[in-house]
Design a protein around this ligand. Structure first.
Ligand code: C2E
Ligand code: MG
Ligand code: MG
Length: 560
């Protein structure tokens, strides 16, 4: 069958000739159901009569919804004179498929597939056109929203629930928007809201607060009750910028402030934040440079037997020497290193430093002490990195000396850490330690599924333990479970004699780490006094506390 539909109509619009293709296209073919809507046929007839009267040719794109769905015909109409009659000759092609592809391309270029929201470039375009057509009076607000801990939720519940959550968040955000507002999904778990027009900051603040409240209510997805708070940063046009880029950047800066201040709330941009953002960028730059230049070093902190004061092991804590030579504690850069994908290199640098210093480590702490290295949860869930790290540990020739410390999140998130990655380390004889236990996402019952050698009870439970009955109760529960599972317990962050006395009197915890025994120390600072160190090597027990600290180490000095 010729794919082009051809019809000839008379002066009254009646069909004199309809070929097979046209019959199909126009729903005139015998047995075809349902036929085209009669309204469409009437309208088309009217349009054709008009062309005949005017003696004018035309090309029209005709769209209608028939049985198979949306259909589009591209039709060329041309009046012709045949045997003294004015007739209309029309030829049409069915371009429904091309149209569907175009629509799809358009949607995928401008709309997010998951949430159906416009994408970044659409909201950018809208904001820019508002700015260009601004009569200098209209104001609008740009709010940058980021779901807190979305990565956690994604890892913990899996990606399909993560996706479903994004869809639900988008629905809640879109609930009471005006026609002139716009909500867009910028990327992953980031959304942008354009509120236009606005009267004043107070009005926006009220709206944003209501939005925050709405997002705080739990989401019920696939039988799970999920809590997902959101951090929001807001900038106002023209107060905080006169271009989309500046407004977006400032909303982003305000959002960052919220994240740093504990998440789950909103902040308007103000100029003091600019300084903070600049500082952050400086750290980012210097971190990249520091990795390139290998400007890292390790401080070591002892894990002490609280009965004998023997040193059971040491933990390597990485430090960054910044551009100005100031030593920075990991709190300032570890999360950023994870975010920027630099953490793997950093962990290999830590290991390299340990290998380089192994003689000094042995001399200082004893040749049998274990050496713990911290591994971020994100790394722990990355088989590629973990395999390369296991190889590097093996290549040291003394893998059995090592322990890796990972937070409990690594065990409970949906990665293959526990079942596939851990066995590799076990085979090498590397110990596994659960760091900061008690503050992560897992419950005490999750502990039962974890196979580790050591559990480190987070400092928050240990601080003033002698004064806090609730923490004491928690500690007892962790204690009995750890014993049942054969894990060695380490109390983190002992600072006072009272804390130590409580642990000794009321628990069976044997090991601890903390400033009370020793701050993290730099080995190279010990070098000039080597004889004193080897003398003091075996234990901290034989000497008074202060002296012990002095003899072992001059405490590191750095900015916190
Ligand atoms: P962490 O692994 O829980 O290490 C213990 C932290 O507590 C260390 O902080 C240590 O200096 C501090 N600390 C020890 N005793 C006391 C005490 O009595 N009181 C107080 N207030 N603090 C005490 P630091 O060195 O700042 O490290 C912070 C965190 O950074 C570490 O916590 C660890 O999670 C991370 N980190 C350190 N080095 C690395 C590394 O090489 N790789 C990775 N991924 N993370 C690291
Ligand atoms: Mg640790
Ligand atoms: Mg810890």
């Amino acid at each position: 069958m010729l794919p082009t539909g051809i019809t000839v109509q008379d002066e009254q619009g009646r069909f004199l000739m309809v070929n097979d293709a046209a019959a199909v296209q126009l729903g005139l073919a015998e047995g075809q159901s349902p036929a085209l809507p009669s309204k469409y046929l009437n309208d088309r007839r009217e349009a054709c009569l008009e062309l005949l009267r005017a003696g004018r040719a035309a090309v029209a794109e005709e769209c209608f919804t028939a049985g198979q769905g949306k259909q589009t015909l591209l039709t060329a109409h041309r009046p012709v004179r045949i045997a003294d009659r004015n007739l209309l000759l029309s030829s049409s092609a069915d371009i429904s498929d091309q149209k569907a592809v175009e629509d799809h391309l358009f949607r995928s270029a401008y709309f997010d597939e998951l949430t159906n929201l416009p994408m970044r470039r659409v909201i950018e375009h809208r904001a820019n056109s508002l700015i260009q057509h601004d009569g200098a009076v209209s104001r609008f607000a740009l709010a940058f929203l980021d779901i807190d801990n979305f990565k956690h939720i994604n890892d913990y519940y899996g990606h399909s629930i993560g996706d479903a959550l994004l869809i639900e968040v988008a629905k809640r955000l879109g609930l009471d928007l005006r026609e002139s507002d716009m909500l867009s999904r910028i990327s992953g778990d980031e959304f942008m809201l354009l509120l236009n027009p606005i009267r004043n900051e107070a009005e926006v603040a009220e709206y944003i607060q209501a939005t925050l409240q709405r997002l705080k209510a739990p989401f019920f997805i696939d039988g799970s009750e999920i809590f997902a708070s959101t951090s929001i940063g807001v900038s106002l046009y023209p107060d905080h910028g006169r271009s989309y880029d500046v407004l977006r950047q400032n909303a982003d800066i305000a959002m960052y402030r919220v994240k740093n201040d504990g998440k789950g709330s909103a902040a308007f941009f103000d100029s003091t934040m600019e300084h903070e953002a600049f500082e952050r960028m400086k750290i980012e730059q210097s971190l990249r440079l520091a990795i390139l230049e290998k400007r890292f070093c390790c401080a070591f902190q002892a894990k002490v037997d609280i009965r004998t004061r023997d040193i059971k092991g040491i933990e390597a804590l990485v430090r960054l020497r910044d551009d100005e030579g100031v030593i920075q504690a990991p709190g300032t850069f570890i999360n950023l290193a994870v975010e920027l994908g630099l953490i793997d290199d950093l962990t290999h640098l830590v290991l390299a430093e340990i290998v380089k210093s192994i003689d000094l480590i042995n001399e200082t702490f004893g040749p049998a002490t274990t050496i713990s290295i911290n591994v971020a949860a994100k790394q722990a869930g990355n088989p590629e990195f973990m395999r390369s790290f296991a190889q590097a540990l093996e290549a040291t020739g003394f893998p059995k000396r090592f322990m890796i410390e990972v937070t409990e999140d690594a065990f409970v998130t949906k990665t293959h850490f526990q079942d596939q990655i851990l066995p590799i380390f076990r085979r090498l004889g590397v110990g596994i330690s659960i760091d900061d236990f008690g503050i992560g996402y897992s419950s005490l019952s999750a502990l039962a599924d974890i196979t580790a050698d050591e559990i480190k009870i987070d400092r928050s439970f240990i601080t003033d333990i002698h004064l806090r009955p609730r923490s004491q109760g928690i500690l007892r529960a962790i204690e009995s479970l750890s014993e049942a599972l054969g894990m060695t317990m380490i109390a983190e962050g002992i600072e006072s004699f009272e804390e130590l006395a409580y642990l000794q009197a009321a628990t069976r915890i044997r090991y601890a780490q903390g400033y009370y025994f020793s701050r993290p120390i730099f080995l190279e600072e010990l070098k000039p006094s080597l004889p004193a160190i080897s003398e003091a090597r075996v234990s901290l027990a034989s000497r008074p506390q202060q002296e012990g600290r002095q003899a072992h180490a001059r405490p590191e000095r750095y900015r916190r």
